[in-house]
Each structure stands twice: as C-alpha cells, then as structure tokens.
Design a protein around this ligand. Structure first.
Ligand SMILES: Cc1cc2nc3c(=O)[nH]c(=O)nc-3n(C[C@H](O)[C@H](O)[C@H](O)COP(=O)(O)O)c2cc1C
Length: 309
C-alpha cells in the first residue's frame, strides 16, 4: 500500500508475525529505470522474507528489466498491479485500466516470467466500470493465463475509471466476493487470493473455505496486532506471542537505530498510530507521537509511549 507498507512498516509487521506474506508499495517501472526509487526497493534481507515487490507498468520490456532487478535483489515474488484506478496511473496506461487489454497483460506477464525464475503474480479487480459480472473476470483470466502464472490476487470490487478518487474506489463499489469464489470454481488449479474488506484472521478463515489465500490491507495497517495469531491460525505454527508493549519497545529501538542511520522519525513513527487501537488514550498517544516527531526526542518519550499501549 502506497505510503504505508514501506520497509519500516514491514519491519513492524515482522515483529508480530513471521509467516504473513508481506508486499511492498507499488513501485513503477519508470521510477526504477530512472533510478528514482532505489531506496524504496530496499528490504531487510535477514528478517523480511517472505516478501513480494509490486510493480506498476505496462511496457513488457520495462517490466522485464525491472523484474530482473527485483529478482536479483532477492524478492520472493513479483506482483503486477492491474487494480489501481488512480488518474495518474491511468495516464501512465497501467493499473486497473489494463483489465481492458488482456492481450497486453498477457505479454507483460510472459516478459516478466522470461526475465526471472521467481513467481510472477497479478493483483486485479473483479472488473472495470460497468463490468462487475462473473463472466468478465473469468474471461479476463482465461485470456491471460499461462502455465507459469499460478497465483492471482483479486480485490473483490470493480474499479470505476472515471469520477471516483482512489479512496472512493475502495469504498463505493460493492464487494462481490461471489465473483472471486466463482473464479476459483472455474479455475480450480489456479491459486486464488481474495482481497477487500477482510477484517481479521477469523474473517480470513471463512474465506479460506472457498479460496486459497487472503490479502488484508487497511485493517492490519490500522491495527497491526490483528496479525499476532496469523502464524498459529493460518500456518499452524507457534505465534511469536509478543504483547503490544514488547512489539512497541522493539520497534522504537529500531526507530532509534534508523534515526542514527539518517531515517527521520516522521518516516518510522507514522506506522505506530494503530498500535493502541481500541484503547482509551488514542488521542494522547497520537499527540505524543506527533510531538516526538516534531521535537525529535524519542529517547525522552519512548517509555511514555510504551506505557500507553
Ligand atoms: C493508502 C492505500 C494505498 C494503497 N496502495 C496500493 C498499492 O500500492 N498497490 C495495490 O495493489 N493496492 C493498494 N491499495 C489497495 C489495497 O491493497 C487493497 O486492495 C484495498 O485497500 C482493499 O483491501 P482492504 O479492504 O483489505 O484494505 C492501497 C490502499 C490504501 C488504503
């Protein structure tokens, strides 16, 4: 998620779950090729796996070049964004508008697959504009599928390409989970991952009766501790078992270390607002985070912050 799932946020999530599959923000091929976002592609190799990078682009040659770069960096998967409806992205002819051009999507996927041996996946919507019927998604997938494309993530809403902001496009079109379930029914050999409006692990387990995977965006970002039982409930492994205070203590140590390396508190502390989600002192917690960023004095406030979660 843009402005959210950066390297710091992913570090925070790895303090809570060792198994959840993490995704970067979308990085455009243009930015990579022009060398503008090398920092954005960075990740913590020792702790962050499994982690996927998401690319935005529609030129097969550029996507192949970027796939090669991302693969050499050590990512576990490369995901192509075919779901972003923003105007800026449409101007670049990528994101959700690509669902209207399955031939090009097919060429992009093949070019990426030929450039690397790590899995290439896509993330799309159920359709675009007035095409929110089951046939549209099934036909789109039938046209782009090849034997090496094994996983598709579907945000269970249409993307409306004119008149809605990206935020509205995540709220206004209704969720149609049934279309995603039908996709799995139509293509039983394909790994289908469902996304959109899924709140927590229990909610995920319901969907897992019908599809192979779930992707959660806003709810864990707004309340990171909801992934604390992912390892046991989804992967049958032992949870890390840390409480909020332990997670925050470890993350604040990381923030101090990052500060020494030149990464400002504004970049690292912005991810902790949700750590006291559901507690009474949300307002004062928020205020103290903002003050800490402003005064650049985490060493002074860290124990107070920890006591508030
Ligand atoms: C701030 C923000 C940034 C997002 N950036 C991306 C992105 O870079 N790539 C992407 O595929 N989806 C992006 N999304 C969409 C989410 O990944 C997800 O598909 C959508 O929010 C629905 O899932 P949710 O209800 O679990 O949040 C973003 C969503 C938000 C709120």
């Amino acid at each position: 998620m843009m402005q959210c799932t950066d390297i710091h946020d992913r570090f925070l999530f790895r303090l809570i779950s060792k198994k959840a599959f993490l995704y970067t923000e979308m990085v455009t091929t243009g930015a990579i090729i022009h060398g503008k976002c090398l920092e954005q592609l960075n990740f913590n190799r020792e702790i962050e796996h499994p982690v996927a990078v998401q690319l935005g682009g529609s030129d097969p040659t550029d996507l192949a070049i970027c796939s090669k770069i991302c693969s050499s960096l050590g990512y576990d998967e490369i995901n192509l964004n075919i779901g972003c409806p923003s105007e800026r992205v449409q101007k670049g002819s990528f994101g959700a508008c690509l669902m209207q051009d399955p031939e090009l999507v097919k060429d992009c996927i093949v070019a990426m697959q030929e450039a690397t041996s790590i899995p290439i996946t896509i993330k799309c919507r159920i359709g675009v504009n007035d095409r929110d019927d089951i046939n549209f998604l099934n036909e789109f997938v039938a046209k782009i599928l090849n034997p090496s494309l094994k996983t598709i993530i579907v945000h269970a809403r249409v993307a409306i390409l004119t008149g809605l902001t990206p935020r509205q496009n995540r709220q206004i079109p209704p969720l149609k989970y049934e279309n995603v379930y039908q996709l799995k029914h139509e293509f039983p050999g394909l790994e289908v991952v469902i996304n959109g409006g899924i709140k927590d692990v229990d909610d995920s387990l319901e969907h897992l009766n019908k599809v192979d995977g779930v992707m959660l965006g806003r709810s864990p970002y707004d309340n990171p501790m909801i992934v604390s039982n992912v390892d046991s409930k989804i992967f049958n492994e032992i949870d890390l078992g840390k409480d909020r205070q332990t997670v925050l203590r470890e993350y604040l140590q990381y923030c101090l270390h990052q500060l020494d390396q030149g990464h400002p508190l504004s970049r690292t502390l912005k991810h902790i607002f949700g750590l006291n989600r559901g507690l009474k002192n949300a307002k004062s917690f928020r205020k103290l985070i903002l003050e800490t960023i402003q005064k650049n004095n985490l060493e002074v406030t860290q124990e107070d912050l920890i006591s508030m979660v």
